[in-house]
Design a protein around this ligand. Structure first.
Ligand code: NIG
Ligand code: FE
Length: 402
């Protein structure tokens, strides 16, 4: 059964960049886009249903390509400490930070994790998100990483959203491996990754390359194992210092390197050559009150695709709105609203390895789109959070309760 969607304009992102069609028409058949173009060029035909969108602006469904939204507890107490001047690194060294969320996540039951994560995910969906990536990484042992990844799969089955699961077992050193980080990487490579991959719980592998976490040599071992298991990789790199993790990620053909405040021009060159996406996380930059900006002009000059994501996590970015991240990417990182929109659609899809099926309104792609009651696409980066009036269409079906 096909459907004709009329009386709209479309920010299609077709052709690999921001592009628009005024007075557009869209035809969907089942879950795919069958035709899109100016209404004046719509082929004559029979349509089972015609939907009037009332002059709305269509965009691809928003994609949040970097989140840690499954976790136990919260870290509002650490937020208060940081406001009094204690740094993120100092809190981590004192046994807080990621380690405190690991304790709370290990103690929580699967159902408790599922319930709290579902609420946070609903907030993202209210914002027009139709695809989300969610990482493990607060379990740090086989059973607890499995628990997180099972919750991530359940979230995708219970809510109208496409969920990509990333195993981030190499996020931090668990307390039982203190002073034995190589032994923990052995465990990740020999047991955690192969077991969870065999159970079908993993779509990609991530790691945290930083003085606080793992060295480039340790990350490389994780990437090699991921390659043997046939899994794509991504990396938290250059967030707090420059270890050239983004160049390492590029050498392994990573889907993305994320954060990147401290990357240099050679890193950008390597990422451009590898086609790895730069995922920028303005929520973490803001929440940690960082001052070193990602090298935006260098990324542009080398043609590195730039995505934006929430990094939703309890420690550095308790951000429940992707549109708010678009605004912050503009105000803090000086992106244009057009770049910001491409960053949460087209380039975010690429960062998840979904460029062939998601991220733009083009024939053959999945019919995930949002019809926004706005006068100009730039409004999506303009309003500071809140809920905009909109209709969300996923797999060609309007979502009534979102
Ligand atoms: O993306 N950088 C490492 N991981 C997270 C922070 C996790 C946490 O503090 O709980 C991030 O910012
Ligand atoms: Fe992160």
């Amino acid at each position: 059964m096909n459907k004709l969607w009329l009386n709209c304009h479309a920010a299609t992102m077709a052709g690999g960049h921001y592009s628009i069609i005024e007075d557009a028409a869209l035809v969907t058949r089942a879950e795919r886009i069958e035709w899109i173009g100016p209404r004046a060029e719509l082929p004559a035909g029979d349509y089972a249903e015609t939907i009037d969108l009332g002059g709305a602006w269509l965009t691809p469904g928003l994609i949040d390509c970097h989140t840690h939204l499954v976790f136990g507890g919260d870290r509002s107490g650490e937020f208060e400490q940081r406001l009094e001047g204690v740094s993120y690194a100092e809190i981590a060294k004192a046994g807080g930070g990621i380690a405190s969320t690991v304790r709370a996540t290990r103690t929580a039951s699967e159902d408790e994790l599922f319930a709290s994560a579902q609420q946070r995910l609903r907030s993202l969906l209210h914002d027009g998100v139709t695809t989300v990536e969610i990482k493990s990484g607060y379990g740090l042992d086989l059973a607890s990483e499995r628990k997180m990844l099972r919750v991530i799969r359940r979230l995708g089955e219970s809510l109208p959203v496409t969920v990509q699961a990333t195993c981030l077992a190499a996020h931090a050193l668990p307390p039982e491996y203190a002073e034995r980080s190589d032994a923990y990487i052995d465990l990740v490579c020999s047991e955690i990754l192969p077991t969870l991959a065999a159970e079908g719980l993993v779509d990609a592998v991530d790691a945290f390359c930083e003085h606080l976490a793992f060295s480039p040599a340790q990350v490389e071992r994780v990437f090699q194992r991921a390659g043997e298991l046939g899994l794509p990789v991504k990396l938290h790199a250059e967030q707090l210092s420059s270890l050239h993790g983004s160049s390492l990620a590029a050498r392994y053909g990573a889907l993305s390197a994320d954060h990147l405040e401290f990357m240099d021009e050679a890193d950008a060159q390597a990422m451009a050559a590898a086609g790895s996406v730069a995922v920028l996380l303005p929520g973490a930059f803001y929440f940690l009150r960082e001052t070193q900006l990602p090298p935006m002009q260098v990324l542009r000059e080398h043609g590195v695709a730039m995505a934006i994501a929430s990094d939703l996590n309890p420690g550095t970015s308790p951000a429940l709105s992707v549109r708010l991240m678009m605004n912050m990417a503009c105000t803090l990182f000086r992106m244009t609203p057009e770049e910001a929109l491409a960053g949460v659609t087209l380039h975010a899809a690429k960062a998840l390895g979904l460029a062939d099926s998601h991220g733009s309104l083009e024939v053959g792609k999945v019919a995930d789109f949002v019809a926004w009651d706005i006068a100009r696409p730039a409004e999506l980066a303009y309003w500071l959070g809140g809920e905009l009036h909109k209709r969300v269409i996923r797999h060609g079906e309007e979502q009534i309760d979102v």
